[in-house]
Design a protein around this ligand. Structure first.
Ligand SMILES: Nc1nc2c(ncn2[C@@H]2O[C@H](COP(=O)(O)OP(=O)(O)OP(=O)(O)O)[C@@H](O)[C@H]2O)c(=O)[nH]1
Length: 216
């Protein structure tokens, strides 16, 4: 059954790159994996099979946005990924008024599925539904399709809910969870949403990258 969003290419994509990178100790977007920064790798991975990213949600002093529109959080204070989701929704409402949804992709998950947006778009049936990615029975809401119409509710929730738990926000809306399979590699099954938070994660990511390159 096809959903209300027929073409994933029409969905604006915003990269989430705010936050503190406190576990990495330096901005993880510029950590090097293989011969590229995570940031460059993610931009290239999206552009390969899916819509081109259009905006980068990051601090206003970001050094080089690679031609993407820079969209800082509208509520300051590094309040977490949902503050980036809100900025993405507000950006889409202003700059892509025909879009019912905006997609968010975090800057720290270099192996996300190439069919991510297509499958997420298929899962959405009405313009007010949220789609989030899942793997190994765990949700990854930073990979989401967010209804632009929910921006007001999200803004109110961020400002008024002191805990700002993502699952509490999701509970207020109709959510489609889209489960993605593990990627089989020579060293074992890779979670496609493996994310790089620490220097040790970066070492592990290098191993997964080598295993993936062995297979290609
Ligand atoms: N816009 C925005 N994005 C955020 C914020 N916090 C985290 N993110 C993004 O959300 C994704 C997941 O971030 P986390 O790893 O949970 O948090 P982090 O602040 O980047 O890193 P830690 O300080 O190590 O927890 C990444 O893509 C971050 O760039 C925020 O306050 N604003």
């Amino acid at each position: 059954m096809s959903g209300a969003i027929a073409n994933a290419d029409d969905i604006p994509v915003v990269l989430l790159a705010g936050g503190r990178s406190s576990r990495m100790g330096a901005n993880k977007a510029f950590a090097t994996l293989g011969d590229q920064s995570l940031f460059a790798r993610i931009v290239a991975r999206i552009a390969k099979r899916q819509a081109k990213p259009v905006a980068l949600n990051a601090d206003a002093d970001w050094p080089d946005a690679k031609g993407l529109t820079l969209v800082p959080d509208s509520i300051p204070g590094k309040l977490g990924p949902l503050a980036g989701v809100l900025a993405a929704m507000q950006y889409a409402a202003q700059r892509h008024p025909q879009a019912s949804h905006v997609a968010t992709v975090p800057i720290d998950s270099p192996f996300f599925p190439e069919d991510l947006l297509a499958r997420m778009a298929e899962a959405i049936h009405t313009s007010d539904e949220i789609a989030i990615a899942a793997s190994f029975d765990r949700d990854h809401p930073v990979f989401g399709l967010w209804p632009v119409s929910a921006a007001g509710d999200l803004e109110t929730w961020i400002v008024t809910d002191p805990k700002r738990r993502v699952r509490d926000f999701l509970a207020r809306h109709k959510v489609r969870r889209v489960e993605f399979p593990a990627v089989q590699t020579s060293i074992g099954p890779l979670d496609p949403f493996f994310n790089v938070n620490t220097p040790d994660d970066l070492v592990e990511a290098q191993k997964w990258l080598a295993a993936l390159e062995d297979m290609s």
